[in-house]
Design a protein around this ligand. Structure first.
Ligand code: AHM
Ligand code: MG
Length: 359
């Protein structure tokens, strides 16, 4: 029987030829991530069967509850990157500080991985798609121990980025800056197989994804854009359809295939937005741009932001080019671009003598 599938491993080796001086380190790093993803996938899929759902009772640096699966996924990716030997620092959503990988095999490692091991984990209790998002940089420093400065690089410096969606089927989608390719996990052979070669995002879509429950807290430009999406206009096929899973990977994956826009703007409660630049917005922005879409803060390109801190948050407008540009137009007209980072609501409230926020 002739085998017609191309596995992720075969594809990566084939693509290595695009980089004539590559020594295979990046390929091995991607392989390590894919191995951990398969292990996480196994746990996510049997989550309802074992006592792994629910809160673990600890909080991460952002004060959010960690789920058992978050912790499990975090451990698996760190373990795979440690034993793989190609990565010198991991920055993860689940850890306050960067993790230096100091194993004998990783002494000459030159890659930095920023990762959200299990994004959208509030959805794990209800069988809704969750994902892993990763971003890979080459360290800037040439000698000594790599440091936080090696991690705080612009999104344009990413050498690769990708996500894994643990959904009705499990997919790994990644880019090394030469287009986007998607692989579906075939559980019967335990391999990611090329299923979505050269993914391209429609320039215009008809789906918008945003947590509309926060409407009253949105900037005026976002409110105006939402009204634009909801107005009837046959020529532009409006009103658009609203689709929001609350799982960034799920929402963006759907919009990548069908066309659409995903927005997580600043709100009066989260003045810098909710999503993290290094391991959520930058990798997704690179993938979407490589597929022909656009990713912006509402004013500026996400990939051009100079990061200042590890867990930095930014507003994001990401998806089909024409939709993002329309939303940016509304932002320019109706919302004043703030030049300084806004004071956190908690700080403002504390200044007013209200401690512990409004909740
Ligand atoms: P998480 O990293 O704590 O899982 O949060 C990120 C998730 C995204 O996947 C999702 O799009 C967003 O948060 C949903 O937020 P909200 O519930 O505020 O709409
Ligand atoms: Mg996340």
């Amino acid at each position: 029987m002739v085998c017609g599938v191309k596995t992720l491993g075969q594809f990566i080796i084939e693509k290595q030829a695009d980089f004539p001086y590559a020594k295979g380190e990046l390929s091995r790093l991607l392989r390590d991530i894919a191995i951990a993803a398969k292990i996480v996938n196994r746990e996510v899929n049997k989550a309802g069967l074992v006592d792994i759902l629910g809160d673990i009772g600890t909080t991460n640096i952002q004060g959010e509850e960690q789920k058992k699966l978050d912790v499990y996924a975090n451990e698996q990716f760190i373990a795979a990157l440690t034993s793989g030997g190609e990565c010198c620092i991991v920055a993860t959503e689940e850890e306050d500080d960067i993790i230096h990988i100091e194993s004998p095999v990783s002494q000459n490692a030159k890659y930095i991985v920023c990762i959200d091991p299990l994004d959208g984990s509030s959805n794990t209790d209800v069988n809704v798609a969750v994902g892993t998002i990763f971003s890979i940089y080459r360290r800037k420093s040439t000698a000594g121990k790599a440091s936080i400065e090696d991690v705080l690089q612009k999104g344009t410096a990413q050498v690769a980025a990708g996500y894994i969606i643990y959904g009705s089927s499990t997919m790994l989608v990644y880019t090394t800056g030469k287009g986007v390719n998607g692989f579906t996990l075939d559980p019967s052979i335990g391999e990611f197989c090329l299923s979505h070669p050269e993914m391209k995002m429609p320039e215009t879509g008809y789906l918008y994804s945003i947590n509309e429950g926060n409407y009253v807290h949105f900037p005026e430009g976002v409110k105006k854009y939402l009204k634009y999406c909801q107005v009837e206009d046959d020529a532009t096929r409006r009103p658009y359809t609203s689709r929001y899973i609350g799982s960034m990977v799920g929402d963006i994956h759907r919009n990548l295939i069908k066309g659409g826009i995903y927005i997580y703007p600043t709100t009066s409660r989260s003045p810098n937005g909710k999503l993290r630049l290094l391991y959520e917005c930058n990798p997704m922005a690179l993938i979407i741009e490589q597929a022909g879409g656009k990713a912006s803060t509402g004013f500026d390109r996400i990939l051009d932001i100079d990061p200042t801190e590890l867990h930095q948050r930014v507003p994001i407008f990401i998806g089909s080019k024409n939709m993002v540009e329309k939303a940016e137009e509304m932002m320019r007209i109706y919302t004043k671009k703030s030049t300084a980072p806004e004071e956190k609501l908690e700080t403002k409230l504390a200044g007013m003598g209200i401690v512990g926020g409004l909740d």
